[in-house]
Design a protein around this ligand. Structure first.
Ligand SMILES: Nc1ncnc2c1ncn2[C@@H]1O[C@H](COP(=O)(O)OP(=O)(O)OP(=O)(O)O)[C@@H](O)[C@H]1O
Ligand SMILES: [Mg+2]
Length: 400
């Protein structure tokens, strides 16, 4: 509602119109005037007054028709209408109310009654507007709440799914870790048992038996070592799910030992692919500050990737070099393999890494990159089709 309220007075009698207008203007209202029905309707539609006083008998359109049209127009807000009639016949009053009029006054208009009705109708109008405004605000709030509710529901579903995945990963990690225990123990027992039975064997081919014994020992050693590493790795899943991902565990590390461990673990796989594994210049490297387990993982993944890419008769060589000035060591894993297509090389270490392998995840090179990053190092890849691929890991000797 406007302040001051605006009242439209419609009467074809100019004198009556002025008397009503003057009277109401003294109460501070803003006044609009119309001398026929059509003007009264047009002014109502354009100006949206807060109250309309309508004379019944008017040219062009009578007051009852104007009232009906105001009340039926859906584009208009609620506007109270007071019908002012010269007729005292109760039937005329009834038809005024049926046309939608909210109040009536009879002529000659009693000035005190006029002011009282106008004030009462404006109070109605004010309450109506306030209620409507509150309803609109509630509607907006309800829409916002519905939207928020939908967002929260989606978020809850996603969080529930994630929590379920995390729980599952934790459970699987835990079970695999425990299932590895009997393997490690069993391999130890098997080793003892094998050694005892071979000892008991009486044979002329003593040398062959001893060679077989050595090989069995090597295999068992490798299986046990690898099973232990799997166990440690799986334990990391459980820790990560519990939010306990451990920072790099730096200690003084002899790189040659780590690489020899990797080569020992992968020698049987390489052998079955007729690929030989070599190391070069590792003994001369200085001790470096490194997380041994992560360094092992990085080398393991690089050599494990290189073996299937290298044709029979080929080789994979790990070479070490030291730059005392830059205080870095470089481990280069070079194969004599097929090399990489440029699009594969460019995709390495990104989320869009391309894996050429059946069942490959593209996680191997990511693990290498993460390990190098954890050591504040860097990685360079050189590759040439049918010549081979070399991964250079450049690692600082000290961690600050
Ligand atoms: N030495 C290499 N020679 C040629 N291509 C290589 C070499 N190392 C990696 N690649 C290419 O990079 C791709 C990504 O390697 P990555 O280790 O990230 O995943 P993957 O080996 O395919 O899968 P997963 O590690 O799960 O077995 C490989 O599929 C392969 O095409
Ligand atoms: Mg791989």
């Amino acid at each position: 509602m406007r302040n001051p309220p605006c009242i439209l007075i419609a009467d074809d009698n100019e004198m009556n119109l002025d008397i009503l207008a003057t009277r109401l203007a003294t109460h501070g209202y803003e006044i609009l005037k119309a001398m026929d029905g059509e003007v009264a309707l047009a002014l109502t539609q354009n100006q949206h007054p807060d109250l309309v006083l309508l004379d019944v008998m008017m040219p062009k359109m009578d007051g009852l028709e104007v009232c009906r049209r105001i009340k039926q127009d859906p584009s208009l807000p609620f506007i109270p209408v007071i019908i002012v009639t010269a007729k005292t016949d109760s039937r005329d009053i009834i038809s005024g109310l049926e046309a939608g009029g909210d109040e009536y006054l009879t002529k000659p208009v009693d000035q005190a009654a006029l002011v009282a009705r106008v004030q009462s109708m404006l109070k109605h109008k004010m309450l109506y507007d306030k209620t409507e405004e509150q309803a609109k605000q509630l509607e907006v709030q309800a829409a916002l709440l519905a939207e928020k509710n939908e967002e929260l529901t989606i978020q809850l579903i996603q969080e529930t799914k994630l929590a379920e995945i995390a729980r599952l990963l934790g459970d699987i990690g835990h079970d695999i870790k425990n299932m590895m225990m009997p393997i490690i123990t069993g391999v130890g027992l098997l080793e003892d048992e094998l050694s005892e039975s071979l000892h008991k064997l009486q044979s002329t081919e003593r040398q062959a038996i001893e060679a077989s014994q050595t090989l069995s020992r090597e295999i068992l050693y490798m299986v046990r070592n690898n099973a232990k590493r799997i166990q440690d790795r799986v334990k990391e899943i459980g820790d990560a799910v519990k939010g306990r991902s451990s920072p790099p565990n730096f200690s003084s590390c002899q790189i040659s030992k780590v690489v020899v461990n990797v080569l020992e673990t992968l020698q049987f796989y390489a052998g079955s692919n007729k690929v030989t594994l070599h190391s070069n210049n590792l003994e001369s490297l200085p001790l470096i500050q490194a997380d041994e387990a992560r360094l092992f993982n990085a080398c393991y993944n690089l050599i494990n990737n290189a073996i299937p890419e290298t044709p029979e008769g080929g080789s994979v060589t790990v070479t070490g070099s030291h730059d005392p000035e830059l205080k870095t060591v470089t481990l280069s894993v070079a194969d004599t393999g097929r090399g990489m297509q440029p699009e594969i090389r460019d995709s390495l270490f990104t989320n869009q890494v391309i894996s050429r392998k059946v069942g490959g995840t593209g996680l191997g090179t990511k693990i290498v990159k993460d390990a190098v990053d954890a050591h504040n190092g860097s990685i360079i890849v050189e590759t040439a089709p049918n010549v081979g691929t070399t991964f250079h890991l450049i690692l600082p000797t000290e961690q600050v």
